[in-house]
Write a protein that binds this ligand. Structure first.
Ligand code: SF4
Length: 342
């Protein structure tokens, strides 16, 4: 029975990594969390609020930190470049040239956001008032200054930016952005009560408990207008306002709309740059081209082809914060079972 001196390394100090660390120390393992940014907390720590309950992102992360145990060591500014399996243990290498020993490794590297500048037709990086969903979260949380000078009167929120898009190379749905788009529309109205918000969508995927209710509330209480259509072009008029061209596919009519602010709901992508090797041989399954695949999606959803290397959270594919928490906790059970038997 292994416990106190068994070291587990968690790569990625976002929501999944911290949640898993919190529970692994309850089992008396020695846990090291390696985070490449200067603070832990991942994307979530910057989020204004999380649906469905509306908790602030930093509050959720702080709740995990409050229960932190001295057996968790959080190393920030540590970019892991390679995970190497030798016999029955691992070496985890960093960009600073160090290596750490572990008997099990959990990858909770999460996701990166689609680079909106790649969709040139949507004007990101060209027009200051075109912002991403991640930037809006920071603006609404007062972590970032808004680029607009006056309270916006009209806002367009564009769904599926870099997701479900063959040209962008991402054929999958990022799963959380429909609901985040509805939530953002409501928050714009709360912050700027005179503002009219338009959401441009392909399909609305309201799959969670109470999501449909929030979608209806956005329309009935806040007057948010949902338009089914892809925005094909964005330009500026002589006053600097943003002009969108689209089609309302339900009415079958072309549409032109002038707004003050455009929010792009950017999708999730796999992070690149981590090499995983087994006795010197690099494993193609971890080349970063796709989200990491577990052994299977059912009863081995946290194991990989390399025994002792586990997956947790959104490095496996788009997930909401609530799903990440559940997934990280499940990963803990699987890791404990593995270490008890090895
Ligand atoms: S969740 Fe909605 S906005 Fe996001 S990719 Fe899927 S359909 Fe598009």
């Amino acid at each position: 029975m292994k416990k106190h001196n068994t070291q587990i390394i968690i790569i990625g100090g976002g929501l999944a990594g911290l949640e898993a660390a919190k529970w692994l120390v309850q089992y008396h393992y020695k846990v090291v969390v390696m985070e490449q940014e200067k603070i832990a907390g991942g994307h979530v720590v910057n989020w204004h609020s999380l649906y469905p309950g509306g908790i602030r992102g930093d509050e959720l992360i702080n709740n995990i930190f409050l229960t932190k145990d001295s057996m968790v060591q959080i190393l920030t500014n540590q970019r892991v470049t390679k995970v190497e399996k030798r016999d029955n243990f691992f070496w985890v290498h960093t960009s600073q040239g160090e290596r750490l020993f572990a008997e099990a490794v959990l990858l909770t590297t999460g996701f990166k956001l689609f680079n909106a500048a790649l969709k040139e037709e949507l004007g990101y990086g060209i027009f200051p008032n075109v912002v991403t969903s991640a930037e809006v979260e920071q603006i609404l949380a007062s972590r970032m200054k808004p680029p607009w000078q006056l309270p916006p009167r009209k806002v367009a929120i564009i769904h599926c930016v870099g997701s479900r898009d063959m040209k962008a190379g991402n054929m999958y749905c990022s799963k959380v952005c429909c609901m985040a788009g509805v939530k953002t529309a409501i928050h714009f109205n709360q912050q700027y009560p005179m503002c009219k918000v338009y959401n441009f969508y392909m399909d609305l995927r309201m799959h969670g408990n109470s999501y449909e209710a929030l979608y209806l509330k956005a329309q009935t209480e806040y007057g948010v207008q949902f338009i089914r259509g892809r925005v094909s072009e964005l330009s500026a008029d002589q006053y600097g306002r943003l002009v969108l061209k689209s089609e309302d596919t339900l009415l079958g009519k072309p549409l032109k709309l002038t707004v003050d602010v455009v929010v792009l709901m950017v999708g999730m992508e796999q992070r690149k740059g981590l090499v995983v090797s087994d006795r010197g041989k690099e494993l193609a399954a971890f080349d970063g081209q796709h989200f990491y695949e577990p052994l299977n999606a059912y009863d081995d959803a946290h194991k990989t082809c390399l025994p002792g290397l586990f997956l947790g959270g959104a490095c496996k594919g788009p997930m909401s914060a609530t799903e990440v928490i559940v997934d990280a906790r499940a990963a803990v059970q699987v890791i404990d079972q593995y270490l008890q038997n090895n």
